[in-house]
Design a protein around this ligand. Structure first.
Ligand code: BEZ
Ligand code: FE
Length: 335
């Protein structure tokens, strides 16, 4: 709330009264109609469209549910607490968007599948900018963080050609189900790294087997999930973000098969094509060759990442938007 000094005149935003007549909103539908007329004043066409559509659905929600004053207050207090829970290291609004499926839906609309291309998955709140650069073959996890895993494959274009020098950023939980940022007094990054593909598009690194974990449950979003009878688990996964000039940036994750939370992921991130199978390697010599300092076994995760050229992904996005518009038109025609 802005504060005024006694005697100062209140400052309006400077915009004039609308140049058209608005009837007094004596009936509920006039509130919506007046607001829609006012939205016409929005200069930017995309903003106008977004605000119009939002108001349509929001007002329809109130009408359809006969929302009580108390219920609306509860909703506003909830959103207030979501905002108050946010800190520079914790983003409760993103978490809310995640559990309501909005993050996954926005991702799906913006990154529709392209034949052969690796599909995207939700980014989540645990990506950081400070992951260390590692060489192919290095470890992204410090010793003792979990069961050994070796991840390897190639980064290829949809036509099968290798993508050299692609930047791969990768992050994961340790064996306790925590990202490094969740530890108090974190001094340096762990279980995360940045590496580049070689001239043949190959990449490979040592990591630990990620485990299923609960998304933060100690805030208003956690309370919401309990209220509506939903668990807050994500199946175990390895995050990957890949960038290469000329290609659509890919944010994705790989989900080892067999996890009990795969089909009910709290944030709707799992796609069938991203479910992967480990190989169990029991071979001390091979473990040493790959740089694991101890033991005689590790899990091997082999996965080729298929990047989509920018023009192909743009065409897929446009095609998807056209199909979506047709679907929505058909649906409203059926009503
Ligand atoms: C994650 O995978 O890191 C994540 C995604 C959405 C919400 C919480 C965590
Ligand atoms: Fe995650």
């Amino acid at each position: 709330m802005s504060e005024a000094n006694l005697g100062d005149k209140a400052v309006p935003n400077g915009l004039p009264a609308p140049p058209f007549f608005l009837p007094y909103p004596d009936r509920p539908e006039l509130i919506t109609e007046n607001l829609m007329k006012l939205v016409e004043l929005t200069p930017d066409p995309r903003h106008k469209f977004l605000v119009k559509t939002l108001i349509t659905h929001l007002h329809q929600f109130v009408n359809e549910t006969s929302l009580t004053t108390d219920e609306w207050m509860v909703a506003l207090q909830f959103l207030t607490r979501v905002g108050q829970t946010c800190t520079p290291l914790r983003q409760e609004f993103i978490l809310l968007s995640d559990v309501l499926g909005v993050s996954a839906l926005v991702d799906a609309v913006n990154n529709p599948p392209v034949s052969g291309g690796t599909e995207s998955s939700v980014l989540g709140p645990f990506f950081t900018e400070d992951a260390p650069d590692v060489e192919n073959g290095d470890s992204i996890a410090s010793e003792g963080k979990g069961e050994y895993m070796f991840v390897e494959g190639r980064v290829l274009s949809t036509d099968g050609t290798p993508v050299p020098n692609a930047l791969i950023e990768t992050w994961e939980t340790d064996a306790l189900g925590y990202y490094d940022t969740q530890y108090k007094g974190r001094e340096k990054p762990d279980c995360r790294g940045r590496l580049r593909t070689d001239s043949d598009g190959r990449y490979g690194y040592r990591a630990v087997v990620p485990v299923a974990y609960p998304i933060p449950g100690d805030g208003p979003v956690g309370e919401l999930l309990i209220k509506i009878g939903r668990h807050n688990m994500r199946p175990n996964h390895l995050h990957l973000m890949i960038e290469a000039p000329g290609f659509n940036k890919l944010t994705t994750a790989l989900y080892p098969e067999g996890d009990e939370w795969l089909s009910s992921d709290a944030v709707f991130g799992v796609k069938k094509s991203l479910v992967v199978t480990f190989k169990d390697v029991h071979d001390a010599a091979e473990a040493r060759k790959r740089g694991f300092p101890k033991g005689d076994s590790f899990k091997l995760l082999q996965f080729d990442i298929i990047m989509v050229p920018e023009d192909e992904s743009k065409a897929a996005r446009e095609q998807f938007a056209r199909e979506q518009a047709t679907r929505l038109q058909q649906k409203s025609g059926e009503k």
